[in-house]
Write a protein that binds this ligand. Structure first.
Ligand code: PRX
Length: 637
């Protein structure tokens, strides 16, 4: 199997050929991809797997360090190339350009800081930082010495951090005194100090001073980033790691219950993120790529840091928010940095689409070549708005389906390879073997007619999470028991007549109304078909007769449109598209929905409100918009 040096299949024919080969002999395929990376010792075996146990091992016996792939291997030819462009929260502050050479030097020096503070291979380090270059440096420095990073999104609460630190048993915490988000300042160090009261495993806290706000330092425990760096040597040889050693733990935001600490391992994750980055986005060497996610979630890990850097790309990190100083901020950054690839989430697109187009028109977006979407199914209106106003109908939209658990993109449009289609993630990448399953757990054979089922994966892929930290049983139960011998994604999907996949959303969001199982996604899609509706969420609430009835929370493009008449229209529309059983009993117009960082609607809260409970919502700090909860509860029907 021939794999191009830059891993890119550039045409539909090359894609089809690679796909076929990857199905016939997955080990040969992935082995050929892995050859394109820097290894200290080649693997003995490409793959060993058993989905019953479950246990998956890729490239066993292979020795490497991911930072040599992300940094060292680019130095000779591209040392001066910009690795990271940093855009600050305040546009008046200076944009930074950090070359591969400089990033390498900062990472190796900070790796020595970790060592001089007693961090060794296998130790866990919690990172709770704003979107500043030091966050990238800290994570890569961990990888340099074989420490396992556990990044916690810098908007999470005291309880959320403490829970994650304790779950992972972290020895060190790396943080900053504060986080600037638009006009807001978040006192990160103050939050950490509270959390640290409950985290006995933390021995050292490294604090990066970001801005000039006051904060406390605790003697003996807290150390300044700068002081430690000044003491550290700059040279640090990479720790030689096994391909299957853990690279990081990332706790899924968890819309219910205890967060799951997904464990990703070095070799497979590196290969998966780099290979998908190249094939989905198809970046050329001088392109400038921007993913707007936060590094606190998997999209940031895979597609701001590891994938792009390993591919030798220029990746932009943005500290701020899309609405500050105004809603033109994203477009201003695109223009200023001549961004070629722009990757964001449907929720961001929808919120920008509700603003005046003048914010977009004020900027020259002609550098853009490819647009991306991730995190949830993108609705048709948002897709067209993105295509017409941002891409000027000239940029393919790559709709990328994947999960924290999959580590890398699995099903996606690939720029220039296949045709984008609104709402469709389209095709599996070569090496990925999805299947649809029926309700009885049987594989649905695709014969060219449209089929619908639950999305599972029947063969391992290198970047899959290997376990849940300290809870392998839970890993098995959540992902490998629903369908025997297969990975269950928890999502529903269609394959249409052209063989394209459309992901419809989580299937665990099911409500039983009068004995009928109703999935929330199709009902929400039906509501969203109304031209005045921007977004909606459906939950069940107790009903004397039906058992459960549907309660719809609906966001309108224009608040002024809210009326009883419109509620009637929405009910009729749902009834027409999904049948009378799916008609919501109650419709509440809201300005926003409570969402986690990865754009998951926090249905637990909406269910409570629908059931008439308007207090005690538990920890809402994992939400991007906790303030909306009270607003919705105050106007509950
Ligand atoms: O339901 C799918 C949805 O997001 C889930 C994964 O969420 P998370 O682990 O937070 O990772 C988000 C970033 C990868 C999936 O199970 N999802 C993600 N991307 C898409 C999507 N649904 C439809 N289309 C997508 N492109």
């Amino acid at each position: 199997m021939q794999i191009p040096n830059d891993l890119r299949f550039r045409t539909r024919e090359a894609y089809s050929e690679a796909y076929k080969k990857s199905m016939e002999n997955p080990e040969e395929f992935w082995g050929a991809v892995a050859e394109k990376f820097k290894w200290h010792k080649k693997w003995d075996r490409v793959l060993e797997w058993d989905f019953e146990k479950p246990e998956v091992k890729w490239f066993q016996g292979g020795k490497l360090n991911i930072t040599e792939n992300c940094l060292d291997r680019h130095l000779e030819q591209h040392g001066e190339k910009t690795a990271i462009i940093w855009e600050p929260n305040n546009p008046k502050d200076q944009t930074l350009h950090i070359s591969y050479k400089e990033l390498h030097q900062r990472v190796t020096q900070f790796a020595n800081v970790l060592k001089q503070n007693g961090i060794e291979k296998g130790d866990r380090v919690c990172i709770y930082m704003p979107m500043i270059p030091e966050l990238a440096v800290a994570m890569l420095a961990c990888a340099r010495i074989g420490a396992i990073h556990a990044i916690v999104f810098a908007g999470f609460s005291v309880k959320a951090i403490a829970k994650r630190i304790n779950n992972a048993g972290c020895k060190m915490l790396i943080t900053a005194n504060g986080n600037y988000r638009g006009k807001k300042y978040i006192d990160l160090k103050g939050i950490c100090d509270e959390a640290l009261k409950e985290t006995p495993s933390i021995k050292t806290v490294i604090v990066y001073k970001h801005g000039d706000k006051d904060f406390q330092m605790k003697e003996g425990r807290d150390k300044f980033w700068r002081d430690e760096v000044n003491k550290a040597k700059t040279e640090c040889a990479a720790q030689i790691m096994d391909a299957e050693d853990p690279l990081f733990i990332l706790h899924t935001s968890g819309s219910t219950g205890t967060p799951k600490g997904m464990v990703h391992t070095i070799g497979g994750y590196m290969i998966g993120t780099t290979y998908t980055f190249q094939n989905v986005f198809q970046p050329d060497p001088n392109d400038v790529y921007w993913c707007t996610a936060d590094i606190g979630w998997i999209t940031g890990h895979s597609y701001i840091i590891y994938g792009p850097l390993s591919a030798g790309a220029t990746t932009l990190m943005f500290e701020g928010i899309p609405s500050y100083p105004d809603y033109g901020r994203f477009w201003e950054i695109v223009e200023k940095n001549k961004i070629t690839h722009f990757y964001t989430a449907p929720t961001a697109i929808r919120s920008l689409a509700t603003q005046s187009l003048d914010y977009v028109k004020a900027h020259d977006l002609s550098s853009l070549k490819v647009l991306g979407s991730v995190g949830e199914p993108i609705n048709e209106e948002a897709w067209h708005w993105y295509n017409e106003n941002i891409g000027k109908k000239n940029c393919p939209i790559v709709d990328t389906w994947w999960q924290t658990e999959t580590g890398a993109i699995m099903i996606s449009t690939m720029a220039g390879i296949n045709q984008p289609k609104p709402r469709f993630a389209t095709l599996p990448l070569p090496g990925v073997q999805p299947v649809l399953m029926d309700d009885n757990g049987k594989e649905i054979k695709y014969t060219g007619k449209k089929v619908r089922g639950r999305l599972a994966i029947k063969f391992p892929w290198p970047s899959m999470a290997r376990t849940i930290w300290d809870n392998h049983e839970r890993y098995k139960k959540v992902y490998f028991t629903e369908f025997k011998g297969k990975y269950s994604s928890g999502d529903g999907a269609y394959i249409d007549e052209e063989g394209d996949y459309r992901i419809t959303g989580r299937v665990d969001d099911v409500i039983i109304v009068s004995g009928h199982n109703l999935e929330t996604a199709p009902v929400e899609n039906a509501i969203n078909e109304h031209p005045k509706v921007s977004e909606s969420a459906i939950v069940g609430f107790p009903h004397k007769i039906k058992g459960k009835a549907l309660y719809a929370y609906v966001i309108l493009y224009s608040k002024e449109d809210a009326s009883e008449e419109l509620k009637k229209e929405i009910k009729e529309l749902v009834s027409k598209l999904q049948g009378p059983i799916a008609k919501p009993d109650k419709i509440q117009f809201v300005t926003d929905l409570p969402k986690t960082r990865s754009a998951k609607i926090m249905r637990r809260i909406l269910r409570k409100i629908a059931a008439g409970e308007t207090q005690d919502f538990g920890d809402t700090s994992t939400l991007v918009n906790p303030e909306v909860v009270k607003e919705i509860a105050d106007h509950a029907l």
